[in-house]
Ligand binder design. Structure first.
Ligand code: PAF
Length: 281
């Protein structure tokens, strides 16, 4: 596996691969890998000749009071893990190369960025859309792999690639969970033992929502309240949002007619976790 830090070298390498029609699959990440990341890399490797993993803790997607400086990092461990699943290139640019002095160009995806995480983290999706566009330009992928735990992020990127005619096939991969149901996240390492136990309420509440629909419930608001009630019953959980919305537009719905997304963002101590489920009817 080759490690590239220089943005120009990355782009030269990617353009040379494109010239030879060698398909590249990219897995964009912020590092501190877990099995969820590895599942993206394995799939990128399986479906393309070359798997590029990008590892960049993107400052523009963190708010002022968020965890940018504390975000967990371990380059040596991450390199070994990426190599173990067959990544060909690990791209780790320094922040000053991605955003040099005078940088002033941003990508803003409008409606789909507004609700849920867009409301609690203003500017977050502008940072995500901007860096993903840059990473696409630098790695020239045929396909790009993202995890569905960040469901709204996937919708923002889908809209962006469509609206800007970016020739990349998006592959959204299922959430990978711990044996007790907790969605894997680099931020899980922040949780204390008690918070880690409490956090299992999220996947349980979402699974119960699926059962509620299977039993015939069709009112989005009732489903949302049902999930909220279960999370409120956990004393360590502080709700940021619980939403039951149309899975495509992320707009509120009354009766479910299409696939519905139930998405939650909940704080346990200082750690904000997200999780979701798409319920087909
Ligand atoms: O999902 C993430 O890790 C990040 O938001 C991404 C897509 C790598 C952009 O920084």
């Amino acid at each position: 596996m080759k490690i590239i830090r220089d943005v120009h070298e990355m782009q030269r390498t990617a353009l040379a691969l494109r010239e030879k029609a060698i398909p590249v699959g990219v897995a964009p990440t912020m590092g501190y890998f877990h099995d969820g990341h590895l599942s993206l890399m394995r799939r990128a490797k399986h479906e393309n000749d070359i798997c590029v993993v990008t590892l960049f803790v993107n400052p523009t997607q963190f708010g002022k009071n968020e965890d940018l400086s504390k975000y967990p990092r371990n380059e040596a461990r991450d390199s070994a893990m990426a190599e173990s699943v067959g990544a060909d290139i690990l791209f780790m640019p320094p922040p000053e190369a991605m955003y040099p002095a005078g940088y002033q160009t941003f990508v803003d995806v409008e409606e789909v960025s507004l609700p849920m995480c867009g409301e609690s983290r203003p500017g977050h999706f502008r940072g995500v859309a901007t860096v993903v566009t840059k990473l696409f330009m630098l790695t020239q992928p045929r396909r790009a792999y993202f995890g569905l735990k960040d469901y709204q992020q996937c919708q923002v990127i889908r809209r962006m690639t469509g609206d800007l005619n970016i020739p990349v096939d998006l592959v959204f991969c299922p959430i990978v969970r711990e044996p007790d149901g907790l969605a894997m996240s680099s931020r899980n390492v922040y949780l204390t033992k008690e918070e880690r136990r409490a956090a299992t309420v999220l996947s349980r509440a979402l699974e119960n929502a699926r059962r509620f629909v299977e039993q015939g419930q069709r009112h989005a608001e009732k489903i949302r309240d049902f999930v909220k009630m279960q999370i409120l019953a956990e004393p360590l959980a502080v709700i940021d949002y619980v939403e039951a919305v149309d899975a495509q537009s992320l707009q509120p719905i009354g009766q479910i007619a299409h696939p519905m997304l139930v998405a939650v963002a909940v704080r346990f101590g200082k750690t904000r976790l997200i999780d979701n489920i798409v319920i087909e009817i």
